[in-house]
Design a protein. Structure first.
Length: 256
């Protein structure tokens, strides 16, 4: 009887050891699975930096054009609110909520008017920074941005103005889909003759080269490409050889 008890205890111990070893091996295998950043998250971070619903570069360009129009720099029927060589500066808040989209940013802005020898408006040096948060159906972000642009072609005989310069957006993004990754990113735009209508203040055409640097799970990922503004409420993003279509003024319903 004692021998049977010892045999049972020995068998039970061996079985328990086998279970522990098996469990430990499975746990170890799971821990060693590689964590890889997903290209889809990179695309959505860039799209969010573009569209108006997240206060992206499209909204920033429109806001700049609207302000210059308010200062009568686009028309010959009114005296410009700025004198040649004057610098305008202000601080304000921008926020919006529309369904599944929202943003809230504090903004600092200044710009200086340069004139022709005849003292007519020629171009503006425009600088703007913002800091805050946005949320879309697929991503949220705590970030800041900076724009340094030259806005030219102010002659009132011209129907459009041109934006050239740089735009940077950096911060921490949290994906709401797939693996729900959290990562940091720095997005840089280099604008080349972004054409903006003086009446509608919408982007008509133009290109911007773009770079994206992502830090995720201790690793760095680099992306590069180009954004082409098509003039029909869309932009075409080419990133690391792949092409994507973006709606610049998307509605909440359209995203679902």
């Amino acid at each position: 009887m004692k021998k049977n008890i010892q045999k049972t205890i020995t068998n039970s111990f061996m079985l328990l050891s086998l279970i522990v070893i098996t469990f430990s091996s499975c746990k170890k295998d799971k821990e060693e699975e590689p964590v890889v950043f997903q290209d889809e998250d990179a695309v959505e971070a860039i799209e969010s930096s573009l569209i108006t619903q997240s206060n992206g570069i499209t909204a920033t360009i429109e806001t700049a054009a609207t302000k210059l129009a308010e200062d009568s720099l686009f028309t010959s029927t009114s005296t410009p609110a700025l004198n040649c060589g004057d610098t305008y500066a202000d601080n304000f808040n921008e926020s919006n909520s529309n369904g599944n989209y929202s943003y809230n940013y504090s903004v600092t802005r200044n710009y200086k008017l340069y004139c022709t020898p005849n003292n007519t408006p020629d171009y503006v040096e425009y600088h703007r920074t913002l800091a805050g948060v946005y949320s879309t159906p697929r991503m949220s972000s705590d970030d800041n941005a900076e724009a340094n642009w030259v806005i030219s072609n102010l002659d009132t005989a011209n129907a459009s103005v041109f934006f050239n310069g740089n735009y940077q957006r950096l911060g921490t993004q949290v994906s709401k889909v797939r693996n729900q990754n959290t990562f940091t990113s720095t997005i840089n735009y280099s604008l080349a003759n972004i054409k903006v209508d003086k009446v509608t203040h919408k982007i008509v055409s133009g290109n911007a080269s773009i770079t994206l640097v992502v830090t995720f799970a201790g690793n760095q990922y680099n992306f590069s490409g180009n954004v082409t503004f098509n003039g029909n409420n869309t932009a075409t993003l080419t990133l690391n050889g792949n092409t994507y279509s973006c709606l610049l003024y998307t509605s909440d319903a359209a995203d679902e």
